[in-house]
Design a binder for this molecule. Structure first.
Ligand SMILES: [Zn+2]
Length: 149
């Protein structure tokens, strides 16, 4: 009894230790980087078109009965239509993503722009558009950048 329990615990611990290692290995397997929803849909569409071509060929060469051919053809065409619809959805989603990405990038850029400095001349009141030491209008010395509040 005690021995069986010890054996069970040992087996349990072995599974506990080994299993995560195995699953980590499969998870980190060589997945191609370019597998996206869109590329996967495209691949599946090409497979369906291939099947359609083969079907057409086999029907033309008299290997398939007409009703079998028509049934299978309808299936393939339905599948192709579904894949095309899914592709359109995925493309729209991708466009949405692009819009969101641009929005985020714009906001980040906005946050990064430094606060506006004022190079207004104390003597003549000219607002120098660039950081300058001397006024571009009257040549008076600019006291230095002041932070616009
Ligand atoms: Zn000035």
């Amino acid at each position: 009894m005690l021995l069986t329990m010890a054996a069970l615990i040992a087996v349990g611990m072995a599974i506990y230790i080994v299993f995560p290692l195995l699953s980590a290995e499969t998870a980190g397997g060589p997945l191609p980087l370019d597998v996206t929803v869109l590329s996967d849909l495209k691949r599946r569409r090409l497979v369906v078109y291939d099947n359609l071509k083969d079907l057409e060929f086999e029907f033309q060469s008299g290997k398939i009965a007409r009703e079998d051919y028509e049934g299978m053809r309808t299936n393939y065409l339905g599948e192709a239509a579904g894949l095309m619809a899914a592709t359109q959805d995925a493309e729209l989603l991708k466009q949405d993503d692009a819009v969101v990405e641009r929005e985020i990038a714009a906001r980040r850029a906005q946050r990064k722009t430094p606060p506006k400095m004022e190079y207004t001349c104390a003597a003549c009141g000219y607002e120098n558009p660039l950081p300058v030491k001397f006024c571009g209008e009257c040549g008076a010395r600019i006291a230095g950048p002041r932070k616009k509040s």
